[in-house]
Design a protein around this ligand. Structure first.
Ligand code: DGL
Length: 259
């Protein structure tokens, strides 16, 4: 089974490129269209209804570009809207959720930390996931302000450093040995986080798992691209082109579009 249409991805902004990187690394022959809805970031502070509305808008844009499947490269949109997306549209959707399971099953101290948005931590899907690990102490922390700083291109700022110290200290003090990054923006903070946490604490994010799952779905349901022509990687933002270009190390052309 072959299918030469692109894979669509969307996020509230530039963070989902951390997922795009993993997918592109695993599936370089696939064409992709990435949508950064930065004008509406952060999703994490919005109501469930607003997140569903924005997720449908993004999905429809990608469907109009003939995407063969959609990766919701945003934990907040997945935990609040994936059910509605799957119900409403007739193509496969892959979501991203905080990787609690590998952290909880491998933890020696039986204590793990999770850093995510308010929208993710307050969602029913997250609650159901956490409930499965009753004997593990899960220290939840909302990353207030982190997405905004990343969207402003301030990953290495002193404000960022101060916020991370504030959010991570209670987890370190409570002896966690894993920290789960439950927002697709946060993998870009790993170098800073490593400077703050002791070496025995491991950081987990969901990027690789989502890429593997994307490959499985292409294999089982959708079809891989089969063409001698080079794959195309398209990036759209409805806000500042520069921030998205920079996070992509200026390797790809970014186009501004109203969607
Ligand atoms: N990147 C997103 C996530 O994975 C959303 C962050 C936000 O817009 O609040 O949750």
């Amino acid at each position: 089974m072959t299918n030469n249409n692109p894979i669509g991805l969307f996020d509230s902004g530039i963070g989902g490129t951390s997922i795009w990187n993993e997918i592109h690394m695993l599936l370089p022959n696939e064409s992709t269209i990435y949508l950064a809805d930065s004008i509406n970031a952060p999703y994490g502070e919005k109501t469930k209804e607003e997140i569903i509305h924005l997720s449908c808008k993004n999905a429809e844009f990608l469907l109009n570009q003939n995407c063969k499947m959609i990766v919701v490269a945003c934990n907040t949109a997945t935990t609040n809207a994936i059910k509605e997306l799957r119900h409403k549209y007739d193509i496969p959707f892959i979501g991203i959720e905080p990787a609690i399971k590998p952290a909880a099953t491998n933890s020696q101290t039986q204590k793990i930390g999770i850093l995510a948005t308010k929208g993710t931590l307050n969602s029913e899907l997250f609650y159901k996931n956490v409930e499965k690990f009753q004997d593990i102490k899960i220290i939840e922390q909302i990353g207030f302000g982190l997405v905004e700083l990343i969207e402003d291109g301030k990953i290495n700022s002193s404000e960022m450093k101060d916020l991370l110290k504030k959010y991570l200290k209670p987890m370190i003090d409570q002896d966690i040995d894993y920290i789960v990054l439950g927002c697709s923006h946060y993998p870009y903070l790993i170098p800073q986080i490593k400077k703050i946490i002791p070496k025995n604490i491991q950081i987990i994010d969901s990027g690789e798992a989502v890429a593997r799952q994307t490959k499985n779905i292409l294999n089982e349901k959708v079809g891989f691209r089969n063409s001698d022509e080079k794959s195309t990687q398209i990036f759209y933002t409805n806000s500042d082109i520069k921030v998205l270009s920079e996070i992509l190390k200026n390797k790809y052309k970014v186009q501004k579009k109203d969607f």
